[in-house]
Structures are given as C-alpha cells and as structure tokens.
Design a protein around this ligand. Sequence first.
Ligand code: NAD
Length: 263
Amino acid sequence: MPAASLTTKTALVTGSTSGIGLGIARSLAAEGANIIFNGFGDRQEIQKLQTSVETEFGVRTAYHNADMSKAVEIEAMMDFASSFGGVDILVNNAGIQHVANIEDFPVDKWDAIIAINLTSCFHTTRLALPYMKQKNWGRIINLASVHGLVASAQKSAYVAAKHGLVGFTKTTALETAQTGITCNAICPGWVLTPLVQKQVDARAEKDNVDNETAKKRLLAEKQPSGEFVTPEQLGALAVFFCSTAADQIRGVAWNMDGGWVAQ
Ligand code: NAD
C-alpha cells in the first residue's frame, strides 16, 4: 500500500456531518490528514463519527459547530482551528438548497443561500490565507456545483451563489498564483445526499411515483450517465487536488457530473 500522503496536514471541512463533506473528510483522513469537522447534527452522533474516523484512519479529529451563515461564528471556528494546529486544507463545502420560482422565492431563503453557499467561503478563506502563506503551502477546495457552470430553473439563489463561488475560486487562485497555495472548485452533478433526497421526495410527490422512479426521472433530465456521482469519488478528486501532481492546477472549476455539462 502506498504511504499516506497527508500525514502532516490538518483539513477543515465545512458541512462535514453529512453527505459530500463527510465523504471528503473520510478520504482526506484515509490519507492521514487530521480533520476538523463542522456542520449541524446530534452532538452524540457527531462524536461517534469522530471516533470512527479516528479509529479507522489513526488521525486526530475535532469538531466546531459554527453556523456558516454567521461571520462571528466562522471567526470563532477559525480561531479554534488555529489552536488545533492551523488549517492546511480548507474544504468549503457547507451548503443548502431551496427550489422556487423567482417571484415566489422567500427572501430569507435567498439571504441564507448566499450567506452559507458563498459568503462563508470568503470568511473562511480570508482567515485561512495568512497561516497558509506563512507555510507557503495550502489547498482551498470549494464545493461549487454544475450550477456554478450552467443554470436550472427554480434555483436562482443556488445558481447565483455557485457561479459566484466559481468566480471567487478564480480570484483566490490568482492572488495565490506565485505561492504553494492552490484554490480550485469541484462541480458535482447529482449526488444522492440528504440535500438531493429532498428533491427526489418532492419529485415523487409531484409525479405520484415511488422513490426509485423519481430518482430515475431526475437523473434522466440532466445526467446522461443515469447514475449518481458518489461522495467517495468526490473525495478522491479532493485528495488529488492536495497532491504534488496538482501543484499547478489553479483556479479550475472541475465538473464531476456524469456528462451533465457536456450537453
Ligand atoms: P447535505 O445536506 O448532505 O450536507 C450539507 C452539510 O452542510 C451538512 O453537514 C449540514 O449540517 C451542513 N450545513 C448546512 N447549513 C449549515 C450552516 N448554516 N452552518 C454549518 N453547516 C451547515 O448536502 P450535500 O449534498 O452533501 O452538499 C454539500 C455541498 O455540495 C453543498 O455545497 C452543495 O451545494 C454541493 N453540491 C451538492 C450536490 C448534490 O447533488 N448533492 C451537487 C452539487 C453540489
């Protein structure tokens, strides 16, 4: 087995108590990175998650419950991360979705999506960069979406936030271009997580079909492979972005989407 590549690194993965963030946290831990978890959930379940990752991969973990819609709480989390050893790998992953036509879109949902899916990434990045610059090494990985590259109806706030995040990724990459810090975005298509299961449930209700049929219909509309992308596949891409082979990959928005944006 090849030696783990990230044994001296600490990764902060926002929104890592579920779905894609958890998959990426596990993949980075498998390479030896210590993990700072963040996200909502039952405290005891999160403790179990931490213990299982520590036992399985022999790494240290910590948890901070910052609400990513609140700058003050993000600042507290980044202070906490410094005391844990500093953030070498920052994965901006926390995100929410809401689906509605623009004229019906609740203003508070718009504000929350922009705050969590976009503005939080500015806060974590601005607070992580000084430490990364001091070490002249860092990896910033932004979980955008195919919706950072193309749009879908009824997802105005999400599409705006994810396009914004792809732009922010490019600016971050340019400002760090002559350092050992890289910043890139990952743009997944459909991944079957709680965020997407809600949309499957809504589709099942609307079409009066079962869960499996609703999944097939969602995939058929957008994702030519007809298969979901998995958190493990996204985790492997994140690990690659952390490797030396990826030293000169800067400012890309890399889609892993079963062919969604090739159409
Ligand atoms: P998920 O709902 O499974 O997980 C979201 C995570 O974010 C959870 O840990 C949750 O607790 C956390 N979170 C939500 N609001 C938060 C807040 N205010 N503060 C702190 N944590 C918060 O969702 P997911 O599908 O794993 O999505 C993860 C990311 O991937 C999101 O940015 C999403 O937009 C993006 N994405 C998902 C898909 C997909 O098909 N699932 C596709 C493209 C992009």
